[in-house]
Design a protein around this ligand. Structure first.
Ligand code: BTN
Length: 248
């Protein structure tokens, strides 16, 4: 299947690579709006230094955006997650995807994808996205895991990539024209756990409260006995309080 690319986008296809994020990190200056995808990754990375096992059949892609202001790089968490949630729901109309702060996607509480945002430390955003189309890790994970095939949908890599690129480009254009409010509002509509308990593990302490919403920059707002606390970093656990597992 030939993929229709949004205007100005380029796509580089690899059979195998260590990590599509590495590929994007090594692109020459002037590679804004380049996507690199691979059939398999030998050194796929997840967050918190975890591995992202990358068998054939799933989507592994990284997007290059530059120049960006590193100070505002966090917004791409919401952009990537929302774009992916909408892309999946368009292809799989019976599925409802929830966005878990800052950039996980859950389907009935099960992880269907992974997003790893990196920068080159200067002015390049690298948004690496993996979607479980056919395979998912069988070992015990922090969350239950699923794939679109396991949910009854046979979606090919090109189909998923085309849908994702269209949504990613839409939101990228939108924030440049109109700022980030519409994006954050749309993300919040799909947010997981609003009004529910949240535990935040900071370096030397733990805060428990209720997920209140987002501030204008996308920081998580937590209501602790009527006091609204802004969370910019730390490990956030939704659901049962008192659980100390790391989820970011
Ligand atoms: C997570 O831990 O949830 C994030 C996983 C991110 C995986 C994707 S696959 C494409 C890109 N290349 C990588 O090495 N990682 C990301």
């Amino acid at each position: 299947m030939k993929i229709n690319l949004p205007q100005d986008w380029k796509l580089l296809k690899k059979k195998e690579t260590t990590s599509t994020n590495d590929e994007v990190k090594n692109l020459p200056v002037g590679s804004n709006k380049t996507a690199v995808c691979a059939e398999t990754q030998t050194g796929g990375r997840g967050r918190m230094g975890r591995r992202w096992i990358s068998p054939k059949g799933n989507l592994y892609v990284s997007f290059c955006l530059e120049p960006i202001c590193l100070e505002h790089a966090g917004i791409y968490s919401f952009l990537s997650a929302l774009a992916l949630a909408q892309a999946i729901e368009k292809l799989c109309p019976s599925l409802t995807i929830k966005c878990k702060w800052p950039n996980d996607l859950l389907l009935d509480g099960k992880k269907i994808s992974g997003i790893l945002l990196e920068t080159n430390g200067v002015d390049r955003m690298i948004a690496g996205i993996g979607v479980n189309l056919v395979e998912f890790p069988k070992e015990k994970m922090l969350y239950p895991v699923t794939s679109l095939a396991a949910e009854g949908y046979s979606i090919s890599v090109p189909q998923m990539l085309e849908s994702l690129l269209e949504r990613f480009d839409f939101w990228n254009t939108q924030i440049q024209k109109q700022g980030i409010k519409t994006l954050l509002d749309a993300w919040l509509e799909k947010a997981y756990g609003v009004g529910g308990p949240v535990t935040v593990n900071l370096t030397n302490s733990r805060i428990e409260g209720v997920f209140y919403g987002l501030d204008q920059e996308g920081c998580l707002l937590l209501n602790k006995d009527g006091e609204i606390i802004k969370i910019t970093a730390g490990d956030v656990f939704f659901g049962q309080t008192g659980n100390s597992e790391n989820v970011r």
